[in-house]
Design a protein around this ligand. Structure first.
Ligand SMILES: [Ca+2]
Ligand SMILES: [Ca+2]
Length: 161
């Protein structure tokens, strides 16, 4: 249904790609001809060439590299468009959380959660599984536990349109 690599948004709104590249060699040659992790079609669409964008460039200077924007399906020329949580509401009990993030039609999402940043505490799926975008923003409600913890959004590309 989806494939790595993915892009992430953290609770504070910062997204980072995980940096892993698990494309097959054949897939990589077809999609990532210039080897910077960004599909050539994406580079031509937004930059008009293969030389402007790379894994560390940030055309719109929004703090998300062009590679991260490619993985997240956001516009690398629009600083207002990035994978970020735009609303984070914790209910009165401290356990119920409502998250809203910027989403796009070409990606699917997971909400990942962790209780703290101690050793052995990993990002895990929230339990909601793979989520479809609702539109330009997507909102989900999570309940349970006594500590709301920390959340991030993981964007993944579906295998088929
Ligand atoms: Ca950017
Ligand atoms: Ca952007």
């Amino acid at each position: 249904m989806w494939q790595e690599p993915a892009a992430f948004s953290s609770r504070n709104g910062l997204a980072r790609a995980d940096g892993r590249d698990v494309f097959s060699a054949r897939h990589r040659r077809r999609l990532l001809f210039d080897g910077d992790g960004i599909a050539d079609a994406f580079e031509y669409q937004f930059a008009g060439n293969l030389g402007t964008m790379n894994a560390v460039s940030d055309l719109d200077r929004d703090g998300f590299t062009d590679l991260e924007e490619y993985l997240a399906g956001t516009d690398p020329t629009n600083p207002a468009d990035s994978l970020k949580i735009i609303q984070f509401i914790v209910g009165p009990s401290g356990a119920n959380v409502t998250l809203t993030w910027l989403s796009g039609p070409t990606r699917r999402y997971f909400i990942e959660k962790r209780t703290d940043f101690g050793v052995g505490n990993l990002w895990l799926d929230s339990g909601l599984g793979l989520l479809l975008p609702e539109g330009g923003t997507t909102t989900r409600f999570l309940s349970g536990g006594t500590n709301p913890g920390y959340f991030r959004i993981k964007a993944v590309r579906p295998l088929a349109p």
